[in-house]
Ligand binder design. Sequence first.
Ligand SMILES: *[C@@H]1O[C@H](CO)[C@@H](O)[C@H](O)[C@H]1NC(C)=O
Ligand SMILES: *[C@@H]1O[C@H](CO)[C@@H](O)[C@H](O)[C@H]1NC(C)=O
Length: 334
Amino acid sequence: MVVLRLSFALLLLLNVVFLAYGIPKPDDEENIDGDIPHSPLDHDSDGEKHFEGGHHNKQYDHEAFLGEDEAKSFDQLPPEESKRRLGLIVDRIDDDKDGFVTLSELKRWIEYTQRRYIDEDVNRTWKMHNPDNNDTISWEVYRDNVYGFLDTMDKEEIENDEHSMSFKRLLKRDRRRWGVADKDLDDKLTREEFTAFLHPEDHPTMKDVVLTETIEDIDTDGDGKISVDEYIADMYRNSEPNDEEPEWVKSEREGFAKFRDINGDGFLDREEVRTWIVPKDFDHAESEAKHLVFEADTDDDEKLTKEEILEKYDVFVGSQATDFGEALARHDEF
Ligand SMILES: *[C@@H]1O[C@H](CO)[C@@H](O)[C@H](O)[C@H]1NC(C)=O
Ligand SMILES: *[C@@H]1O[C@H](CO)[C@@H](O)[C@H](O)[C@H]1NC(C)=O
């Protein structure tokens, strides 16, 4: 059971992290005041959705700003303490110590926290699967650690258990992703290859498999393309079948036709999904930095003082129940 629990945490990490950082929000810049068309980054590992109604996701802001681990620990702090620590962080971000945080200082900070997060995550996961610190991890070892429990169940048992079924699907997905990350085709991953496997977002060679995974997630009828209903279902589900859709869902429907479905055939094909989730020249850190400046720059001088940042401390380090924490808590009975 311990292995299972570890595995689940790992899967959550894999998916949550990947989705938090993996897929940029293409229209962030054009829609900087919060009217951001949805992006698949709002999945969590169960495929449950918690899109915040087309509004910029606060959780996402402070994860970008603090790194996911830090964001979690800030969420436990009382407001006064989190403000105090934010003040200390601001001093660090202000590289040239001129009393202002500029867009480029903020961007560099966000890049740094992301690198640090990925680094720590890879370290942690690498150690977990490779306690001997060998040069590589073999697929069999990884598979046994994460999915080995499936071998102790018979077919029927697996089919009657939703969690086991989702593990089975994840196993297939991991297998494929592993193969793509394995550059020298020895079925073992070096630390570098393992990083690409765990965090494909930064790796150009992983883009296609990421795209495939995203399409599979959203394409529920499996016809290889995404209808407007699948697109909407990915971000919103009626709690009552006859409930009227909220405004933001209607505007997402319009957005589908206007921005996503480029050839106007009513579906998103692979290339249209690619344009949506992996736009060229999109700089995630810059976009996030711009958004934070926009939120906090009260006097419109395009740089932030410590006071301006502390004034909007909830945007930077706001304490909200994290989806991630909830997800972990939910699965803790395992
Ligand atoms: C990750 O591990 C490497 C190698 O052991 C180490 O140099 C690095 O500092 C670690 N990074 C973090 C963020 O812990
Ligand atoms: C590390 O390598 C040794 C020697 O090849 C091997 O016996 C051991 O099983 C490996 N450890 C893991 C976790 O794969």
